[in-house]
Ligand binder design. Sequence first.
Ligand SMILES: C[C@H](N[C@H](C(=O)O)[C@@H]1CCCN1C(=O)[C@@H](N)CC(=O)O)C(=O)N1CCC[C@H]1C(=O)O
Ligand SMILES: [Zn+2]
Length: 620
Amino acid sequence: LPSSSRCQGTNTNETQAIQWLAEYNELAMKAYFESTVASWSYQTDITDQNEQAMIDANVKVAAFAKEARTNASLFDMTNFSYDTKRQLSKLKTIGDAAIEDQDKLEELNNVLAGMESRYSKGKVCPEDGECLSLEPGLTRIMSKSRNYAELNWAWQGWREAVGPSAKEDYKRYVELKNIASVANGYANNGDYWKSWYEVDDFTDQLENLYQELSPLYDNLHAYVRRKLYDIYGSDYISLKGPIPAHILGNMWSQSWLNILDLVLPYKDASSIDVTPVLVREGYDARRMFNVSDEFFGSLGLKKMTPEFWAESMIEKPDDREVVCHASAWDFSNQIDFRIKQCTDITMDDFITIHHEMGHIEYYLQYKDLPVVYRGGANPGFHEAVGDTLALSVSTPKHLKAVGLLDEVQDDYEADINFLMSMALDKIAFLPFGYLMDKWRWAVFDGTITPENFNAEWWKLRTQYQGIVPPTPRTEANFDPAAKYHIPSDTPYIRYFVSHILQFQFHKAMCEAAGHTGDLLKCDVYNSQEAGKLLGDMLKMGESKEWPEALEKITGNRTMTAQPLLDYFQPLISWLEEQNSGEQLGWAEAWTPNEPPVWPSSAISAHQTSVWASVVLASLV
Ligand SMILES: C[C@H](N[C@H](C(=O)O)[C@@H]1CCCN1C(=O)[C@@H](N)CC(=O)O)C(=O)N1CCC[C@H]1C(=O)O
Ligand SMILES: [Zn+2]
């Protein structure tokens, strides 16, 4: 934490500090409960009234945080215990609340609410038919369509709907966030976000991890590109160039799991797509949630509470606008914990349920700590909990055991098929997880200016992901706004960190469960030992620096990509063999042909209008 810009207090009485912290804790639970309720009400019913009530609540809780910072600063904590010092220090940086000018603080809250609403209400309207929201309409097209033109229609439409109109807000958001961060003692908001990782070589660690993993990504990219070339042809795919962004099964190209059927290594071996079984077995959202809850319980971890089931929103309502993007909520009162998700009956959403429930599990495990400690050891830890358990749930053996897979082969081809499905989610994600905040850190430190927001975005997207937009983009577009975390002010490097940590956690839990053999086969289901190992770490919250928490669960204090690489080793060998004739990477500067117009019926409408204007012109 930085040497606080606040003057050091003079009260050296630690007993008084501990007493004050206890009083603060009670008041904080009430204050944050109130503001969380207002946010929940807005996100589950987007109206002007609820939006204003949330803004008012956030402005109110900012005043509470300012007062707490002032009181914490009255103490000279030089000779205080580690714990008292850590608690007081955490109260000295207060995020957006540090903005002194009340008008600017209110403006930031208005800008944030405006960006969240615009994204959540965004729709794309075909000429004939219902307008489509991102969830479920456009998401279903992006995951299921194999029509190059239709995919382009959804991809362009979403960006047109939520991009350009967000740009002015975003420019102001950047200015105001930087004002808050300077008031917290940081050079800019990117430095503030990075400070949560409490190590001064964080960005070097990230770059080293990325360098270690990019050969595996390059191999996956080359293999998938070849398969897509066989389907979409040389008009749209170059075997030496980047892949068009919209044909990878996901609106942001961040997970390629939805095109597993196009790239499956061994067609007649088993593969883990549970979507058809979920649908065939008549699963609804609640039953999908029950499967996840039962897995957590099988490890001796805490199960979801009655209040969770009573108050969560697990399906998209049909009578009001909501923020559909899935999220987990801690209401700070040690009682209310909820998930808000517009659950669709798909494999993607089954995985997301585990991800969100992992957050709830962390909340439940640390709920009796002081409020200042109720967070992940670092934000990446919070993102890794659910995903770690999902590594066990996703195994063919486990899916078969819970009736989500019909048949399982236990042979080399089935293993490669399984690892391919895991790589399409976990390896494809890595460059995206890395670049999202590389773009934002550069925006916050001024390296990227509003004049080249979009050009720099696509430079990173091509450099790291090896993708290219289906049509050339200009600064009139503002494509970063099409990804939830940008307008919703949610940092993203946490998900990259999580993709490293979750394999370290999985390896440690598998060893605790007595698993021997390949890591890819490990399923910790029913292991109380594995559950205890994880739970004991979760109970720490952020009371200690994250290397302590990492040591608690894995026995060592550093992030390492080795468990991830070990897990995927059979696939790495297989891909290297498959790609022996390929040119890895995307060095060729190349752009795909213009996509056909969609819907094709529009061609006739288009031609009719052209024809009509020609006729009219000849009559004049
Ligand atoms: C679907 C998931 N939603 C987030 C998450 O669960 O992290 C939501 C929205 C932003 C923060 N958030 C929370 O719930 C926090 N309150 C949790 C916490 O910090 O306690 C998400 O955005 N994911 C999952 C895979 C990668 C990424 C994506 O979809 O790109
Ligand atoms: Zn998360």
